[in-house]
Design a protein around this ligand. Structure first.
Ligand SMILES: *Cc1c(COP(=O)(O)O)cnc(C)c1O
Length: 397
């Protein structure tokens, strides 16, 4: 055998039994089959073996199992971003003629997909007020096939009565999907929302999470997950994975596996940072409201208290008093030094984004400009001092 052949077909295999804190990283498009029969008999849908890199390697299977565990589910499909996970759920449960329901405070790009891609595919949508269960009941039609839920809502942070909303969707026989990014599988289990008052367990059908946020924790990886307890629902999502070729890369999965073990500590620390800073913001006259469901005055606090286990993400918004113009608010944000201007959250560096509510909600409950803070790991007193010095720009002419 020539050397060119030998370097590819070397008989050496490393000894089995290697064990270390992190699992190995397996990368593949091609995987080898021992013979043609094994190749023909392989079913890519189950995890009893390997078919092709797109459908999983030991690395992605391991991450899927760990995310399933985190969410309290059974089956997991990974997607290359949180948004991709949302769209895969949409495509799994909606076809031409169907109707989709989104909360009015839904993650913005999810609404953009409904207005664009889904409309082009013949799917209609409407929004409901997640704080008013009657609004969901009224919005359901006999064509509704999917209801998205989010707790709390993006940017304005209202924490909805998830259990009541799920009960209404269940009565109508509609699939429910929860965007659980904020609770990160830690503050809330979407599959266990108590019972329906008749002794039956109550939970959503599908739990999606942007792993980009807390599970990654580094501000350096994009990924999403879709978890179910039901094998048939999982099979529908897996089919979308097959139809679209949407999958994740092993190196990204490796980064998630590396950061997942520290997630509970990071989550709790950023929660404590956010709670302390949010309470401080409540006493500042420049802010007319602090939107963080862990605070008593924040919308849906009672639901957060009932459904979450006393913790939450390190992410809150403030409403800047209406006497300040949007330009002044921009100046305040620009004057911040430690809070970096940027989207996403859950990473090590504190972030800030100003939002104009008028552009975002069908019926904004508040007037004025909103500023969202995401807490990193800087010392709290430095972050507080940063906001304090930047607030001076609001009073300067
Ligand atoms: C960030 C986010 C997403 C999307 O995740 P990406 O990985 O950035 O695409 C979806 N839902 C919520 C609530 C988010 O915060």
């Amino acid at each position: 055998m020539k050397r060119a052949t030998r370097i590819l077909h070397d008989p050496y295999t490393p000894p089995a039994g290697f064990d270390a804190p992190q699992p190995g990283v397996y990368k593949a498009s091609t995987v080898f089959f021992p013979n043609t029969q094994a190749m023909r008999e392989r079913n890519w849908m189950d995890k009893s073996g390997y078919t092709y890199g797109l459908h999983g390697t030991p690395t992605t299977f391991t991450l899927e199992e760990r995310i399933s565990n985190l969410e309290g589910g059974t089956y997991c499909t990974l997607a290359p971003s949180g948004l991709a996970a949302i769209v895969m759920v949409d495509l799994a449960f909606l076809k031409a003629g169907d109707h989709l329901l989104l909360p009015d405070n839904v993650y913005g790009p999810s609404l953009v997909t409904a207005k664009g891609l889904l409309r082009d595919l013949g799917v209609s949508y409407s929004t409901y007020d997640p704080m008013q269960p009657a609004s969901l009941r009224a919005a359901l039609t006999d064509k509704t096939r999917l209801v998205w839920l989010e707790a709390p809502g993006s940017v304005t942070m209202e924490f909805p009565p998830l259990d009541e909303l799920v009960m209404i969707a269940k009565e109508a026989g509609v699939v429910t999907a929860l965007d659980n990014t904020w609770a990160a599988g830690l503050a809330l289990c979407g599959f266990d929302l108590g019972d329906d008052g008749h002794g039956n367990a109550l939970g959503v059908d599908v739990v999606m999470q942007a792993l980009t946020k807390y599970p990654s924790g580094g501000g350096d990886v994009l990924m999403g997950s879709i978890v179910t307890r039901d094998a048939d629902l999982h099979a529908q999502i897996q089919r979308v994975h097959m139809y679209t070729g949407i999958g994740v890369a092993a190196n990204d999965a490796e980064l998630l596996l590396r950061s997942l073990p520290s997630m509970t500590v990071r989550y709790q620390t950023q929660f404590e940072q956010a709670l302390a800073l949010a309470q401080w913001c409540e006493n500042r006259a420049e802010f007319s409201a602090v939107l963080y469901p862990t605070l008593e005055k924040s919308p849906g606090h009672v639901h957060w208290k009932r459904l979450c286990n006393g913790t939450g993400a390190g992410l809150f918004s403030v409403l800047v008093d209406a006497r300040y113009s949007a330009q002044q608010v921009d100046r305040f944000v620009d004057a911040l030094k430690l809070f970096k201007i940027g989207y996403s959250w859950g990473g090590p560096v504190s972030l800030v984004v100003p939002y104009d509510l008028k552009e975002m909600r069908a019926k904004p409950a508040w007037q004025g400009t909103l500023v969202r803070f995401s807490l990193g790991f800087e010392a709290l007193e430095d972050l507080q001092a940063d906001i304090e010095q930047a607030l001076k720009t609001l009073v300067s002419p």
